[in-house]
Ligand binder design. Structure first.
Ligand SMILES: [Zn+2]
Length: 208
């Protein structure tokens, strides 16, 4: 095998992208580094990448070549150097496995961070609702947001405590529980919507 084959065999597009600071989400999408991207248009698979907006595409070597503006051969050399790939021999299974494990550990940490940021955002919103939507008199109908705040705030803070102070096993449990069935992702999108609504409210208030 030659340099190109060894690199392609040893480094996935996703690994290269992440190594060079392009964060790829769980669906394999990322902000495209090859054009001014606002929404993730770049699809990154293990053996190729493709941008739905600017059309950039290719394998891992094309990725590095475009990214660093290098000729293909130099891009392959750079990948080999960055990923410790022997240019004469293909990487062994053992080496690949070791690196993949590290990637999994990184993924775990990333999930933990995501979980923490979504839940702390949610807790902030709930604390605000608990005050903002509190009934002003006993005969006033109780606002749904106030009910949600009363019901969910303690629970959310409890999970945040674990993410801050729990051991790795406890933290992993919280992350797994939160991410099951896309729950966290739904919450994240809902919070985005809530923030947008609040922004619009503020805008209108400013105009009036
Ligand atoms: Zn692009």
């Amino acid at each position: 095998m030659n340099l190109f084959q060894n690199v392609k065999y040893g480094v996935s597009c996703r690994e290269a992208a992440e190594r060079y600071g392009v964060s790829v989400n769980r669906q394999g999408k990322a902000l495209c580094p090859f054009h001014n991207d606002r929404n993730p248009s770049l699809y990154v698979a293990d053996d190729h990448f493709y941008c739905f907006a600017c059309g950039a595409h290719g394998d891992v070597i094309d990725f590095a070549a475009n990214f660093f503006d290098l000729p293909l051969y130099e891009a392959a050399q750079r990948l080999a150097a960055d990923f410790g790939i022997d240019t004469d021999r293909p990487p062994t299974k053992k080496i690949l496995e070791k690196r993949r494990q590290k990637t999994e550990a990184q993924q775990l940490m990333e999930n933990e961070r995501l979980c923490f940021s979504v839940l702390s955002d949610y807790a902030r919103v709930l604390r605000d609702w608990k005050v903002r939507y509190a009934p002003q008199s006993p005969d006033e109908p109780v606002h749904a947001r106030f009910v949600e705040a009363c019901r969910k705030l303690d629970e959310t803070e409890y999970y945040l405590d674990i993410l801050c102070a729990g051991d790795s096993f406890e933290r992993a449990e919280v992350v797994q529980h939160q991410m099951a069935d896309g729950k966290l992702d739904r919450l994240r999108r809902r919070l985005e919507k809530i923030h947008k609504e609040d922004e619009n409210d503020n805008d209108t208030a400013g105009v009036a």
